[in-house]
Every structure is written in C-alpha cells, then in structure tokens.
Write a protein that binds this ligand. Structure first.
Ligand SMILES: Cc1cc2nc3c(=O)[nH]c(=O)nc-3n(C[C@H](O)[C@H](O)[C@H](O)COP(=O)(O)O)c2cc1C
Length: 367
C-alpha cells in the first residue's frame, strides 16, 4: 500500500530505513522558479540532527542532504525533487538482540504482526530517522512559501517537559538554549531536570508548540479538508506523537462561551480579534491570526531500565534498550513539527490558489 506520501498538490513521499544506505524524500508539485540551494535545506537538517548536545542521542550523523533532481541552476523546475541523505553512523550490532525481541513502546511487535518481515536494525522504517526526510522536504516548502506568502513565519519550541510547563513565548529565545524553548527560565530548569532523568536511565515526554504567523485569511477548506484536520494528521504522523491540539485544544472544554469567544472589531486594515482561542482557524479556514498547533510526544521508549516483554517465540524476557537514544525526543521533534507545518501550509496555499484564484470577500470595503 502506498501510504508513505502526504499532501495534495505539494506531495511528499519519504523512503528509507534507519540503517539502510540512505533515506530521503521525493517532493512532487513544488511550483517552478523557487530559489533552492542545498544549504537552505541543510540549515533545518542541522537543527534536527542528532548528537548536538548531551541531551540528544549520540548517534553522529552528518545528515547532509543531496538534491538529485528537480532543481536546475539554483531554481526548482516544477518536476519531482529527489532529496537524499546518507546514513553514515549505523551501529547495527547495538540492535542485533532485537531481531528476536519486541522492545516495549516500539513498533517492533506491530510491524512483525502486520508484515511478517521487518528490518529490525535501529527500528528500520519505524525509526524517527525518517523525520530527517520530512525536514528536508519542509525546507523546500519554506522556500516556496517565501515566494507565495512572504509575510509567513513559522516558529516552534518545546513548551513542556514532563510536568514542567514553559509559560513564556519569546520566539527569539529558542535559538539560545538546547531545548528550543521560548522561555529562558524554563530552559534553565529543563537542563537540570533532564540530566536527572538521563542519569536515572529514564526518559520523559514533552509538548511542542508550532506557530505560523502571517498566514493570510481564507486558507483551508470546510468539512473534510479542514485546515485543522490537515495539521492534526500531519503532526500525528510524527513518531512518538500521541496528542495534537489547535488553539485552546483540550482546555476549551473548561471554558464558557464568553471566555472562549474571540471577539471581533473592525480595525484600519481589516478585522481585529480580541483573543485567539480558536488557534487561527474557524470552520477549517484560517482567520489571519497566528495558527497555533501543539503536540504531545511520549517519553522515549528505549531506556536502560529493564522492562518486561516477549520474544518472537512468545517467551517472556526483560528488555534493556542499549544503543544511543534521546532522553526526551521532544527536543528534536521541534524542527520536525515546523517542517510539517510548512508542508501543510504550502499545500493549502496551492489548493486555495487552484480553487479560488484571486477572489475574496470584502469586509468594510477592505479585501
Ligand atoms: C526526532 C525523534 C527522535 C526519536 N528518537 C528516539 C530514540 O532515540 N529512542 C526511542 O526509543 N524513540 C525515539 N523516537 C520515537 C520512536 O521513533 C517511536 O516512539 C517509535 O517508532 C514507535 O512509534 P510511535 O511512538 O509513533 O507509536 C523518536 C521520535 C522523534 C520524533
């Protein structure tokens, strides 16, 4: 089944396994004439790449992206763009013992039950190495967005680690700490907390927030193609993601209608909303406010603390997952979430252009 692709007009197919020779993405439907150089994609891959700090897996991958097709003399041609990233630091022997064993919290057991064959090395296709390909594709989407929606800016950060919630939202701060957290005080605390978790041979979950600023009003579609639906599906497809919310999300259940209403006034340049509980989306269509998505990732399943499981022949065993692992996968999930936001928004802007063209409904004489 061909379920390795996402997007409608900007369509991304990823391929490859964790310990195979390479992995990558085929990006089809990118408009022609978009300036693209490998360095533009590399910037985002470097943000996701493992081993940058002690808080990440020590697998040392250069994650160097090669553009094999679809870009000529520094511009996209409108033909399929093939992106390839070589795997250079596989240590499959670390994973030899999982050939017969199902690691708790991993997809070993379900891939085996479904396919009856699996590349177990480093989790094979189910490994989050796959997300490197998404980040490369997201780099293409970002460049196309610069052309089609020049005011659009995507920011993201880790806003909760375990029970510790970051309240600040200084998006310039994310570059200043190893957690991509938009709150300097929270980041200082996370360093200490995650060190304790790591030394205890444990791991912890996280919440990541991704915000798109400058999204024009009118992007998205009603009913089955809601912008919320597309974003939720995209974020939920990231490894380890177990929850997604838009705007107020689950907390909306605690609010009254008055508290939740984003009241509207007429401003000099168009409508002004008093708040953004809706996360920038009404009826599946963008309002022109920030589009706000949060997703929760579960704690890293590979831990050094023994956990109970079974082998392929059904015997009980204890699993201690050696190898190199992130104590909190939420950190490296930040650039992945940003990439998915870029891909979905570009796809939706292309769909909007296809159906609506330049037609708009005026408010107070303003378009
Ligand atoms: C960027 C990123 C890095 C990850 N690294 C690890 C890791 O080092 N060890 C681990 O056990 N899980 C890691 N995961 C999560 C697993 O890939 C994931 O839990 C597993 O494939 C099972 O899939 P599921 O959790 O989506 O059901 C990572 C996830 C992301 C997004």
């Amino acid at each position: 089944m061909s379920l390795n692709s996402f997007g409608h007009l900007f369509r991304v197919t990823t391929w490859g396994e964790s310990h195979g020779p390479a992995l990558g993405a085929t990006v089809d439907g990118c408009p022609p004439g978009v300036p693209v150089e490998p360095a533009m994609l590399q910037h985002w891959l470097d943000k996701r790449k493992p081993g940058k700090t002690k808080f990440e897996t020590q697998r040392r991958e250069a994650d160097e992206v090669r553009i094999l097709s679809g870009v000529f003399e520094g511009q996209t041609t409108g033909t399929p763009i093939q992106l390839m990233i070589e795997n250079t630091d596989q240590r499959s022997k670390d994973y030899g013992n999982i050939a017969e064993t199902f690691r708790p919290g991993h997809a070993d057991i379900t891939y085996w039950q479904k396919y009856g064959i699996r590349d177990y090395r480093g989790g094979g296709r189910s490994s989050a190495r796959e997300t490197a390909a998404r980040v490369a594709a997201g780099g293409i989407a970002r460049e196309a967005l610069k052309v089609l929606a020049p005011n659009l800016r995507i920011v993201g950060g880790l806003v909760q680690m375990g029970p510790h919630v970051a309240t600040g939202r200084d998006w310039d701060e994310v570059e200043n700490n190893p957690f991509w957290t938009p709150d300097a005080a929270a980041a200082a605390h996370y360093a200490e907390y995650l060190d304790e978790i790591r030394k205890a041979h444990s791991s912890v979950g996280a919440v990541i927030e991704v915000v798109a600023q400058g999204v024009p009003a009118g992007i998205g579609a009603p009913v089955y193609g809601k912008l919320d639906t597309e974003l939720a599906a995209a974020m939920m497809s990231i490894n380890a993601v177990k929850g997604v919310e838009i705007g107020e999300g689950m907390a909306a259940a605690c609010l009254t209608g008055e508290a939740n209403a984003d009241e509207i006034d007429m401003g000099p340049d168009g409508p002004i909303y008093s708040s953004n509980h809706a996360g920038g989306i009404l009826g599946g269509i963008s309002t022109g406010q920030d589009v706000v998505v949060r997703f929760a990732v579960k704690p890293t399943s590979s831990i050094l603390t023994p956990r109970r499981s079974i082998t392929k022949s059904g015997e009980s065993i204890e699993v201690v997952t050696k190898g190199r692992h992130d104590p909190c996968v939420g950190i490296r999930a930040v650039p992945v979430g940003e990439a998915m936001m870029a891909c979905v928004l570009l796809d939706q802007i292309l769909l909007h252009r296809g159906q609506i063209g330049g037609n708009r409904g005026a408010i107070g004489g303003l378009l």
